[in-house]
Design a protein around this ligand. Structure first.
Ligand code: NAD
Length: 289
């Protein structure tokens, strides 16, 4: 398939490289001049998308997505599919999809989970919003870049699934970290705490698969000095998108709102930037009531 890939950063470069390695013809563009193995470079986004059957975008935020979409949609051939894998707000995803559809294109929002490791290994999970025909076109590409693609409904629903999942993740990580810090102060060993909670009703992915306490449970960023992994500032971004959506939809999300506040303080005032999001545990350790 002839594919354009716009945004060859930490996630986009390995995703594009995997598509090229699988035999697809990939032309890439990144404002920073970044490239990826096996990917032909174009001088602009509009040049990259000419003649492409699928245009994949993997960009930092919604303002950049909107700007890139405005440039590439008029340059895409009728019937081509615009496949955005960035994490952006639901409203922007829906508006970009409407613009693409009005121009006779297919459109999918397909944010991912799995991080840089998943992008490199081709084991991402895609949460996809958009029409059936566009999903069918993109499915073989999801199979190369990822291990699972869930079609969540119409445009915007991929982003909706992603922010709901990550709101749960942010809240449960904070709860797990504050419980470890309390257990420390109550004289409970971390090994005992893990053994009990990971097999009791307090278990979660944060405790069982990504334990924030070093030396306990499976290997996680806690065992590597809290080097990300999933950086606290990316969690902050996703919690912000969740609250933006909750406000627009008039949904009451008090735990998500509190998690956003805590990650904002951690990232902006407490040198949490650049650390894994599970570094909430050393933050709680050093604090009293
Ligand atoms: P990144 O900053 O490493 O990459 C983004 C790339 O887009 C950069 O190379 C940048 O130069 C390029 N870019 C910016 N403006 C552009 C433009 N106008 N035209 C072309 N290229 C442009 O970010 P990333 O970590 O690769 O993340 C990309 C997206 O994936 C984000 O929306 C992020 O929230 C999401 N995401 C990231 C992770 C992760 O672990 N890094 C996990 C899941 C989802």
């Amino acid at each position: 398939m002839k594919i354009a890939f716009i945004g060859l950063g930490n996630m986009g470069a390995p995703m594009a490289a995997n598509l090229a390695a699988a035999g697809h013809d990939i032309t890439g563009f990144d404002v920073a001049g970044a490239s990826a193995p096996g990917v032909h470079s174009a001088p602009s986004a509009a040049e990259a998308v000419r003649g492409a059957e699928v245009v994949i975008t993997m960009l930092p935020n919604s303002a950049i997505l909107r700007a890139v979409a405005a440039e590439v949609i008029p340059a895409m051939g009728s019937g081509a599919v615009l496949l955005d894998c960035s994490t952006v707000d639901v409203q922007s995803a829906r508006e970009v999809a409407e613009q693409a559809q009005a121009a006779g294109l297919g459109a999918l929002d397909a944010p991912v989970s799995g991080g840089i490791g998943g992008a490199a290994a081709g084991t991402l999970t895609f949460m996809v919003g958009g029409g059936d025909a566009a999903f069918a076109t993109a499915r073989p590409l999801f199979e190369i870049m990822g291990q699972k693609a869930v079609h969540c409904g119409p445009s915007g629903n991929g982003q909706a699934a992603k922010i709901c999942n990550n709101m749960i993740l942010g809240v449960t990580m904070i709860a797990t970290c504050e419980a470890f810090a309390l257990a420390d102060k109550l004289g409970l060993s971390r090994a005992a705490m893990f053994d009990v909670v990971s097999t009791s009703s307090g278990y979660s992915w944060s405790m069982n698969a990504y334990c924030p306490a070093p030396g306990v449970g499976p290997t996680s960023p806690a065992d590597n000095g809290y080097k990300p992994g999933f950086a606290a500032e990316l969690m902050l971004k996703d919690l912000g998108l969740a609250q933006q959506a909750a406000e627009a939809a008039d949904a009451d999300t008090p735990m998500g709102a509190r998690a956003l506040e805590l990650y904002r303080t951690f990232v902006e005032d407490e040198s949490g930037r650049g650390k894994d999001f599970s570094a909430m545990l050393p933050r709680f350790e050093t604090r009293g009531r």
